[in-house]
Design a protein around this ligand. Structure first.
Ligand code: DQA
Length: 148
């Protein structure tokens, strides 16, 4: 069995494909999950793919990644990116690599999206590349875990 990467998604991302497609693209979260599973298999990794609309749900997911000794975490915390000290603290408790992903370029959008509580505890940040950002994050994590 390969090393396992936990891919965690925050509020409203369950609506992808229907929600503001001009900003977030046409792919549904299921489409992204499928693409990630395929990409991970090609890289020799396993993935756990989760979504929650609740801040505490995301904290629980991070704690499960810690308990399961996940090889890495890829997180799109969605709106909680800009507000959540709890998610920041939970990620700090994880020893492995963390990659923050956003579908949209948050820096080209409203000012309130320019600050991230995730970035200071992330090893890398990918934003503005749409669904492809998740696959790029998997590639980066794979390279990081090979070198560790
Ligand atoms: C998002 C960007 C956030 O600002 C927003 O609240 C989201 C999605 C993105 O993937 O572009 O819900 O994280």
């Amino acid at each position: 069995m390969g090393q396992c990467v936990h891919i965690l998604n925050g509020p409203n991302l369950n609506l992808l494909g229907r929600r503001e497609p001009k900003i977030y693209g046409a792919a549904s979260l299921d489409d992204i999950a499928r693409a990630c599973t395929q990409k991970a298999a090609a890289l020799g990794l396993e993935v756990v793919f989760r979504q929650s609309n609740h801040e505490g749900g995301l904290v629980d997911f991070i704690q499960r990644a810690i308990a399961d000794e996940a090889a890495g975490i890829i997180i799109n915390a969605a709106a909680y990116t800009h507000t959540s000290v709890a998610i920041h603290d939970a990620l700090k408790a994880f020893d492995g690599p963390v990659i923050e992903v956003h579908l949209s370029n948050i820096f080209r959008r409203e000012d309130f999206r320019h600050h991230s509580f995730i970035s200071p505890v992330a090893d890398g940040v990918i934003c503005g590349l749409g669904a492809q950002g998740y696959e790029l994050a998997l590639e980066a994590l794979c390279a990081m875990t090979e070198n560790s």
